[in-house]
Design a protein around this ligand. Structure first.
Ligand SMILES: [Zn+2]
Ligand SMILES: [Zn+2]
Length: 402
């Protein structure tokens, strides 16, 4: 299959008059000007000058399009919805190490749903400091790690769990980090009021990522005296080059000034855009019921709020909007915003040799969008899964989601 007449964002380069050829599920060749002659019987997709970029990778999402990461139907719904918004891979996120859930994620990792690929599970905050619980559940959290207690889970699901978000300051925190890292699970700090000493111990133990920078962080104990300055997790993460981090770029969870500060401190290669979205992301403005019975109010350009007391209960962000917001709020070029939504998160999860950029030999996970960042076509492993304008003729390479 040959895509031609497009502006290619690789994301290291942004050049007009591009073309890209797919063979099977991989990128076979790409270039500029002079598109190659088509092979006999080859499917040709003319993109009319649209931007062609690597598909978006969301490493932190609890739901989308009405689907929840907690159940089979929900993950399948998320996969279809994400494809419609240019997503080609995602990491279902939940506060759980239950074998039933991890088994479900593993099932989708082995047998991809129709739409975006499932890369693994993000276990957010089973081992979490109750003081920084944020939107997580106290009942589902454990306030200490005892050596060996995850051994059975890791023996079965070490390849399934991509990331685990934890508070390093809980008893056994450094031991937990060492155990995760020994099992190739990314240890990420979040929902934490760690002190500098605890933080340094955690980094020595193998901590490598920070979950939703600036959200659900507090000062460690003792709290700062009036008139004295102290550092909290956010500053520690920004200071430490070894750590990558993620931000919720919806313009509400993090003030644009903080986004710019994070970019200045971490540099372009160490920030990933995430949605941290709940199931209402992408749904029309209105009231919806959560599984726990709580009624929420969702509006696409705002956070998800409790109807009862207006408190924040998650984001309604989608990755295409996160990229658009990054350009507007962080002041970066489109190419750089795409980088933070593709190769950076792919690197965090160890997937960058397979996906995240337009390079020969990588999976053909692609998104085509216009200058306003409206997604017009999505392709996952060489199959066009979203194509509302019928740019791709009916063929074996086209199987669109409903
Ligand atoms: Zn969180
Ligand atoms: Zn989350």
């Amino acid at each position: 299959m040959l895509f031609r007449n497009c502006r290619l964002i690789t994301p290291w380069e942004d050049r007009a008059n591009g073309w890209l050829r797919i063979h099977g599920d991989e990128i076979a060749a790409l270039g500029h000007f002079q598109a190659p002659d088509t092979h006999p019987g080859e499917t040709v997709v003319d993109l009319d000058g649209l931007i062609l970029a690597p598909g978006f990778v969301d490493i932190h999402c609890h739901g989308a399009g009405g689907g929840k990461a907690s159940d089979e139907q929900g993950i399948a719904t998320m996969a279809r919805f994400k494809a419609r918004r240019g997503g080609t891979a995602f990491v279902p996120t939940r506060q759980s190490v239950e074998p039933e859930w991890l088994g479900l994620v593993e099932h989708f990792r082995q047998e991809p749903p129709h739409g975006a690929l499932v890369l693994g599970a993000h276990v957010e905050g089973v081992y979490v400091n109750p003081v920084c619980i944020g939107g997580l559940s106290l009942e589902r959290s454990r306030s200490a790690y005892k050596e060996g207690e995850l051994d059975d889970v890791l023996a079965r699901f070490r390849d399934t769990i991509a990331l685990m978000t934890l508070s390093p300051e809980i008893p056994g925190g450094p031991e937990l980090i060492r155990t995760l890292v020994a099992n190739d699970v990314v240890a990420s700090v979040g929902h934490s009021c760690v002190t500098w000493e605890e933080f340094q111990a955690a980094v020595s133990a193998g901590l490598s990522h920070a979950t939703h920078l600036f959200n659900a962080t507090r000062y460690g104990y003792p709290p700062p005296e009036r008139g004295l300055s102290r550092a909290r997790l956010d500053e520690m993460v920004m200071l430490t080059d070894d750590l990558t981090s993620e931000v919720i770029c919806d313009g509400a969870h993090v003030h644009p000034i903080m986004l710019r500060l994070a970019l200045k401190a971490k540099g372009l290669t160490r920030i990933s855009l995430i949605t941290d979205a709940t199931f209402t992301a992408g749904l029309p403005e209105g009231r919806y019921a959560r599984d726990d019975g709580e009624e929420v109010y969702a509006r696409p350009d705002d956070v998800c709020r409790s109807v009862k007391d207006n408190r924040v209960l998650g984001s309604n962000l989608t990755m295409d909007r996160a990229v658009r917001n990054a350009v507007r709020l962080m002041g970066v070029e489109l190419r750089q915003a795409v980088q933070m939504a593709t190769i950076n998160p792919a690197r965090v999860t160890g997937m960058s040799s397979r996906m995240g950029s337009l390079e020969v030999g990588k999976e053909a996970n692609l998104v085509a969008f216009d200058e306003r960042l409206t997604v017009r076509l999505t392709c996952v492993r060489g199959v066009v899964v979203f194509d509302p304008e019928d740019r791709c003729p009916p063929c074996v390479h086209r199987r669109v989601v409903d």
